[in-house]
Design a protein around this ligand. Structure first.
Ligand SMILES: NC(=O)c1ccc[n+]([C@@H]2O[C@H](COP(=O)([O-])OP(=O)(O)OC[C@H]3O[C@@H](n4cnc5c(N)ncnc54)[C@H](O)[C@@H]3O)[C@@H](O)[C@H]2O)c1
Length: 356
């Protein structure tokens, strides 16, 4: 199966280096061959050639090559829409990097174009297969710490907004579109049932025209509160995940390494009748005193490994045998709706109550 990559920056190259390679190294019967790449930057073209890749001199060359069945779009976000629409019109199956586009309206347009052309189209929502996310989802689903009523999902860096286009609004910059799209996708897959309301604050500490972080609270109709924090100026980070259940608490500290680390503490005896108060700060407290070890147990974190081939394998299956794409349109549209209500909330300083 021949494919072309449009936009050969960090992520375009990442698809070649790891993601496609993982499929080709697996026992999947069909392999993906990169017919070439198209990028407007001569530097990126030279880099691609140094890796032995063919470089197209225009996107038209890709459209007119009948052997190319699949096109991957990994350009800045504002260019996703025109490339996706054109690619579908030329009969190509299309993977577009996240966020699919800049709005739900544009994303609807993409799906309509793909439907009209009868091709397979999917945004690359790869973080559904992150080990840390699946590990937390397993804690929620298994009931290990009882009913989970609150989750905090955070990514915290200290390197600011990377690159040039991510700082520009019309190019689809900002951390909500960059990271929000991943973390909201995870949230909506973690819990069944509708979202009741969202409240969000954007951060503009870097002085750019786009958000350099945000703090979003999603309230589900079930009562679950799901908080997402993205920060690009934190030098001492908080855990990636904090999960609050009726019978315990789980924490996942690290997610950037091969092994996810964290712990689970579950209550054994609800009321510690021998609880002693402590002097804390300029006062005394029993409420906040540490409980005795005998009243609780520490469980090991059972790390769930995500299938790193799942996205491409499903996309290939969708092209070859017509199975539905794992990343479904309804899911993608819901994430956009939450992002748009989060933005509205941040702009108006109001809770946005809408069933999503
Ligand atoms: N799924 C993920 O985990 C993940 C991670 C990083 C980035 N991304 C997404 O990938 C996309 C690209 O991000 P990036 O970090 O690689 O950015 P980048 O700036 O590193 O790369 C973008 C590339 O597009 C090229 N380009 C610009 N205009 C073009 C045009 N008109 N035609 C062809 N090429 C053009 C640039 O020269 C550059 O090489 C974004 O949509 C981003 O959100 C996804």
């Amino acid at each position: 199966m021949k494919m072309a990559i449009i936009g050969y920056g960090g992520m375009g190259n990442n698809h070649k280096k790891y993601i496609i390679q993982r499929l080709n190294d697996s026992d999947y019967p069909e392999k993906l061959e990169i017919a070439g790449i198209y990028d407007i930057s001569e530097e990126r073209n030279e880099f691609a050639r140094s890796l032995g890749l063919h470089t197209f001199s225009s996107a038209d060359e890709i459209w007119n090559d009948k052997d190319i069945k699949l096109v991957l779009i990994a350009t800045p976000n504002d260019l996703h829409l025109p490339y996706v629409v054109k690619a579908t019109q030329m009969g190509k199956n299309v993977i577009v990097e996240k966020p699919a586009s800049l709005s739900s309206e544009q994303t609807e347009e993409m799906y309509a174009a793909a439907k009209k052309a009868g091709v397979v189209f999917s945004p690359h929502q790869n973080r559904r297969w992150d080990d840390d996310y699946l590990t937390v989802k397993n804690i929620v689903d298994s009931g290990t710490i009882g009913r989970v009523y609150r989750i905090e999902s955070r990514v915290m860096g200290s390197n600011g907004i990377p690159g040039a286009w991510r700082k520009i609004e019309r190019q689809g910059g900002g951390m909500m579109l960059d990271w929000g799209v991943h973390l909201i996708d995870q949230a909506l897959l973690m819990f069944d049932g509708p979202v009741k309301s969202v409240y969000c604050d954007y951060s503009f500490e870097a002085g750019e025209e786009v958000d350099d972080g945000f703090d979003l609270e999603i309230k589900f109709e079930s009562g679950v509160i799901y908080r997402i924090v993205v920060d690009t100026n934190t030098f001492i980070e908080l855990p990636r995940w904090q999960v609050y259940g009726t019978d315990g608490t789980a924490t996942v500290n690290d997610w950037r390494r091969d092994t996810v680390t964290g712990k689970i503490i579950r209550v054994k005896q609800r009321h510690d009748d021998k609880l002693e108060g402590v002097n804390a700060g300029n006062g005394f407290t029993k409420t906040m005193a540490a409980r005795r070890e005998e009243t609780q147990e520490t469980l090991p974190l059972e790390v769930v490994r995500g299938d790193k081939n799942a996205f491409y394998r499903n996309f290939m299956d969708a092209m070859l045998s017509g199975v539905p794409t794992t990343v479904q349109k309804s899911q993608v549209m819901r994430v956009f709706k939450v992002m748009e209500n989060a933005r509205l909330s941040a702009m108006t300083n109001k809770v946005i109550e809408e069933t999503i």
